[in-house]
Design a protein around this ligand. Structure first.
Ligand code: MLT
Length: 409
């Protein structure tokens, strides 16, 4: 008899964004004439930038000729792209990352979800609360969670982020082995200073722990004092893996390209204390389970590092940050307190009148036809909070704020 992986029985019924999408689709079916404004999932709305389109077209032409056609590519990504990433994302910030420390992939979602495969089942995991649900759910699937009680899995250590600590988690009070961090943060929009990151790097070094650092939103950092990569911190090469993505940077949510940086110094151990290089282990995993990101997409991605590409990316980021400003100012005018939205595309707000996150979701959907994301979907500490995404079209963002303002809140 074929049997289920029982860990799947510990998961919530639906993945957060699938549940939202289901509820919104049901509402639209019942109310076909309403125009719904979606500021829920962080999905971009602006088209790909001209440099990327040119890169993609050129690559299509290459694929049409026998002399330049490509079949399977390197599982780790083409050298031309890894070189550009190493130079523009790292060397130019005085951070040394070798090309062979970069693994090109199809999304930070899949890489952050898959990476836990390299670790023992009984390691101790620390996750912020609220948190991007992928880190939690993928570890539940792998059997690390224990039972789910009162909004928490028994075996995970939750790093609470709330108004009191300015949404910056404290170090864990008990030893942990694997720490997930995301800055600029999804969902709170909070960023981490150099001092803050130093605290985590030191903790990981003293505890032989590993940090999985999700940097998918780094392009939104405009304040030069905020680190763009955890590798700006001394010692981070010994304790951190960094995940980057073009999804939000260059509008690749539907095009799919990300990269994961694994310094050669990183090791993990077996029960006898024998060390294993993480870079080699991930390479072993990827060469077995992944056949590389499409050549066409990698060529398109490479174009963002040209002078024109960089300017176009910056314009895109400024557009979305402009939306974030409109949202924040609208909320301020309503007396609704919020965080994020400055060096981040997410605005994290306190629900008015003490409404629960889902009650506020339904109120906005039913009365204003505006979709956001209930904070409680990101964890227990998210209850009473709500996330708005700045990735909409400008006119829609303005209209959404107008509709929210017209509600009696
Ligand atoms: C989000 O809305 O949190 C993100 O778009 C989800 C993702 O990147 O997978």
């Amino acid at each position: 008899m074929i049997r289920i992986n029982n860990n799947y029985n510990r998961l919530p019924g639906n993945y957060l964004f699938s549940e939202i999408s289901k509820q919104v689709n049901e509402y639209q079916t019942k109310n076909p004439d309403t125009s719904i404004i979606r500021l829920g999932i962080g999905d971009v709305t602006k088209p790909l930038i001209p440099s990327v389109i040119k890169g993609l077209h050129d690559a299509v032409d290459e694929m049409a000729e026998a002399s330049s056609f490509k079949g399977y590519g390197p599982e780790q990504g083409y050298a031309f792209l890894r070189e550009l990433i190493a130079t523009h994302d790292y060397s130019k910030r005085d951070v040394t990352i070798g090309e062979d420390e970069i693994f090109v992939s199809t999304g930070a979602k899949e890489d952050t979800a898959n990476f836990q495969e390299l670790f023992a089942t009984d390691i101790k995991i620390a996750v912020p609360d609220p948190v991007y649900p992928v880190y939690v759910d993928s570890n539940v699937m792998a059997g690390r969670s224990g039972d789910y009680l009162n909004g928490r899995y028994a075996n995970f250590v939750y790093l609470e982020c709330n108004q009191e600590n300015d949404y910056l988690p404290d170090l864990p009070k008990e030893p942990v082995d694997l720490i997930y961090l995301c800055f600029p943060n999804n969902p709170t929009g909070q960023t981490a200073t150099r001092e803050e990151l130093k605290k985590w790097v030191e903790y990981a070094r003293s505890n032989k722990a590993l940090i999985l650092y999700d940097s998918a939103y780094e392009a939104f950092i405009q304040d030069p004092s905020i680190p763009k990569t955890i590798f700006e911190i001394d010692g981070a090469r010994e304790v951190a893996v960094e995940f980057r993505s073009l999804s939000k940077t260059a509008g690749f949510t539907g095009t799919r390209l990300s990269y994961t940086v694994i310094p050669k110094e990183l090791v993990i151990w077996d029960e006898t204390g024998k060390a294993y290089e993480l870079n080699k282990l991930w390479n072993r995993r990827q060469t077995t389970k992944f056949n590389g990101t499409a050549y066409l997409i990698q060529k398109g991605a490479a174009s963002i590092f040209s002078d024109a590409g960089k300017q176009e990316v910056q314009a895109l980021i400024e557009y979305y940050l402009g939306n974030a400003k409109i949202i924040k100012e609208g909320l301020d005018a309503l007396g609704i307190s919020s965080t994020g939205g400055l060096n981040s595309p997410y605005i994290w707000l306190k629900t008015p009148k003490g409404l629960s996150s889902w009650d506020f979701f339904h109120k906005l959907l039913n009365e204003a036809q505006v979709v956001g994301t209930p904070g409680s979907g990101f964890g227990k500490c998210g209850e009473g909070y709500f996330r708005l995404s700045a990735f909409g079209e400008r006119a829609n963002v303005e209209e959404a704020i107008k509709r929210i303002t017209n509600l009696s809140l």
